[in-house]
Design a protein around this ligand. Sequence first.
Ligand SMILES: [Zn+2]
Length: 746
Amino acid sequence: MNTQTENTPRASVRRKKLGELLLKAQLIDQKILEKALEIQKSQKKRIGQVLMDMGVINDEMIAKGLASQLKIPFLRLGNIQIPKEVTDLVPQEMAENYMLLPVKVIKNQLVIAMTNPLEFYALDDLRFITKMDIFVTVATQSDIMFAIREFYPRQNLGMTLRADVGFGENIEIVGQVKEKEDNVQDLLNLTELPPVVRLTNTVLVEAIKMKASDVHIEPQKDNVVIRYRIDGIMREIMQLDKQIHLPLVSRIKIISNMDISIRRKPQDGRAQVKVGDSRYDLRISSIPASYGEKVTIRILNPNAGGVGITELGFSEKDLRHFMETIVRPQGIILVTGPTGSGKSSTLYTVLKQLNSPKVNIVTVEDPVEFDIAGINQVQINPKAGVTFADGLRSILRQDPDIVMVGEIRDGETAKIAFQAAQTGHLVLSTLHTNDAPSAVTRLLDMGVDSFVIADSLLAVIGQRLVRGICEKCKIPDPLTPQIFDQLEFVINPDRTKKFWKGAGCEACQYSGYMGRLGIFELLMITPTIRAILSRNVAAITIRKAADKEGFSTLNMDGIAKALMGLTTIEEVFRVAPPEYDDAAQESLNNATTNRESASVSSQHESHKPEPPSSIGGIRPDKILIVDDNLVVLKVLKNILESQNFMIVSATNGIEALKIAVQEKPDLIITDYIMPEMDGMVLITKLKSQLTTRFIPVIMLTVKNEVDAEVEVINAGADDYLTKPVNPKRLIVRINRLLNRPSIEAE
Ligand SMILES: [Zn+2]
């Protein structure tokens, strides 16, 4: 290509900084520039943006100033028409990243409009992609943003989020968007920007793909943290620029019919999304917090209650007793446990089992989490003054055989539920208590008479969810003698028996766990227990009587499941600790904690150097270097540590992937050819999961071939450099990707 015909800024001008040019154009003075540079250091924004934020300059002044200083044309994009074959030359992602727009083609020259012609990487990239000479014009940022929206149709979904091509497009927001006031029009426009739509969709699709139950969007001082609750455990998925917070939250509010103009008051909303063939109901709530609105999205699983009673996970004995109980014509069955212990799923499973054309089943729920065909489900609305008690009263008039009450929260609901149970109805409900025997105490506290409880209560289930062991990386878990000793408090474990754990693999995101299962205790109200109950006694008395009849606690059921290799012993003790005296508890805690910390430190030892001293208290950026050549590793480490980066390293792709997930580096530099997993596969994997997708990756290789470079960039790498690399060249690329102010040589 003939660069002579280009008008791109000459090399000498290129090195100039925007601030200096604006100074020269007399748009700002030295004092303002210094102030802006100071702000820039702490905010990591581009200097132009800082100046605009300061209100000293607007984007048109910047564009015109640049145009006059660089002697290139200023272009207004107001009424411009751009043919599709021209926009096709430049990918949307690139246009958005560099804030530029292809305008027209004259012979083999592509005319582009951009906000900052000093971005010479943009020009290099453009030449590389289009194989054309570039003629640069300057336009305002707002014109370019508007034009990108107009000329890049949304079909381009999935450019940034490559892994979602084909999947991301399948998400569909079902539900109406309300009309908004004019004063929020700007915000509304913002929420329709393709990157905002795409990000919102991706956050939701990934959450559903990863089987998350909740998505948390948490604004911090300088960024936004997205966390998912997966298998009951909160997991940080990514950190985003603070600027995305308002558009992202507003977008979520729009799809869930909330008011985007209200940001200081809590709001609730709901939405339904379709991913593939499944529809998912979302319950959204927003609350104002110190750094902006915190949003929580609960994803209701359409497959809840999908298993049969036999698959719930009751022991053989408990299952037999339970099956006998649920076919009783009247009485009450309670499921206890904290929020998120799977109580509703258990109740839905029972309802599905009992559902037949011969019985009339009615539910009162808040919210209706799962639709069951043939059952009347009533949603209550406590905020509008419709409580469980009201709902229950009204459905009892419909003469149901079986009633499910979402939760007994107050004395009034408890009393009506027990009345129903005494008058020919089978009542199912949940109660928020720690274990099954405590349910009785809670009911007494709520004002239900002891003889009423004794008369109607049939059974109480206590339940928890524990994480299952990942089948892909399951290995035996040799227990220390101390743990075995502690286990003898609970059961008589056979020392020849084995426990299991997950070693951690790609499939389980190195957690060793996959999916969840229930652990249960079932308190049957036998004639003996019934006699004790009617005397208005403490839970401990009931428990002792139950023990004599072979009551098996949550912890015991958990240990049995751990011995079966379904979960780990740590998980059982975390979720359902055994009950014995305090001293024994403490030594057991120490035993398990030591085990955990020992295994964690051995895993991380080689990757956790002391962080280099930070400048001005700012956390140094963490870079992961992946190379099988230890000399290269050492050289790179020295270069980068001298630049105040914190370094972690890996010698192949498998190891790197694990570190990337666990340590969340700010940037990754990887070699191409390595044993086990090469750099190409590593990049593909990094870019195919949300946790690592936004980490910039530089490929640093001896392969000086255009085909390899194209392949690597297509896989999602952010840059490609060949070895041996000039340290300055490497550092300037790193700083650009990390958005750090670069020190340039004049
Ligand atoms: Zn695994």
